[in-house]
Design a binder for this molecule. Structure first.
Ligand code: IMP
Ligand code: MG
Length: 199
């Protein structure tokens, strides 16, 4: 298995079938995104908005690559019934502490699949009349998209497979892996019966 020598965890890595993106590949891409965003938002004092908790790692690494003044804030959401979830509706558990009217807002996401949740959150933020509202996503699963969302910045395309690491979890586990990987099939089989509602 390709991995970083500085990271050793028999317990977590035992569940990984295959590494999809190594820690250094991720860091390289995040650094490129940081440069691009710093250039585009020069003099605009952007506000980066993330949804807890999955985006924590990407947000922290991306912010460290931003070379202009920037502010950050977070939303926390949880799912309603599975029917509401199917329409992307979520309950806002924690709203932004920042007024976004007339601000340049960059919505930072770890992964987008159907796009329903993100679409719902973007509509909510749009009612507050930001000066601009764009999306930066690290991992995109374009094949499962149900709704078209323009993505201004994108890290990587992912196949339609469940991955963990670098913030992405399976029932709160594996977020702290520095790489992104596929889980072994027996671990995934256990997942199917339960629905994962954490972000
Ligand atoms: P959607 O775009 O509304 O379908 O929801 C995306 C959410 O599903 C993300 O914020 C993640 O919490 C979760 N998610 C999607 N794909 C994965 C994955 O491969 N691993 C872990 N979580 C995922
Ligand atoms: Mg999750």
């Amino acid at each position: 298995m390709q991995k970083d020598k500085s990271f050793e965890s028999d317990e977590l890595e035992a569940d990984i079938q295959e590494v999809v993106f190594t820690a250094s590949e991720i860091q390289q891409r995040v650094s490129e995104l940081g440069k691009e965003i710093s250039k585009d938002y020069y003099n605009l004092n952007p506000l980066f908005v993330g949804v807890l908790k999955g985006v924590l790692f990407f947000m922290a690494d991306l912010l460290r690559m931003i070379t202009i003044p920037v502010e950050v804030d977070f939303l926390a959401v949880s799912s309603y019934s599975s029917d509401a979830r199917n329409r992307g509706m979520v309950r806002l558990d924690k709203d932004l502490g920042t007024l976004i009217t007339s601000r340049h807002v960059l919505f930072v996401e770890d992964v987008i699949d159907t796009g329903l949740t993100l679409n719902y959150l973007l509509s909510t933020l749009r009612t507050r009349h930001p000066a601009s509202l764009e999306v930066c996503v690290l991992f995109d699963k374009p094949r499962v998209r149900l709704i078209d969302i323009p993505l201004k910045y994108k890290g990587f395309d992912l196949p339609d497979q469940f991955v963990v690491g670098y913030g992405l979890d399976l029932r709160e586990r594996y977020r702290n892996l520095p790489f992104v990987g596929l889980l072994k099939s027996q671990i995934l089989l256990n997942k199917i019966s339960e629905s994962d509602t954490s972000r």
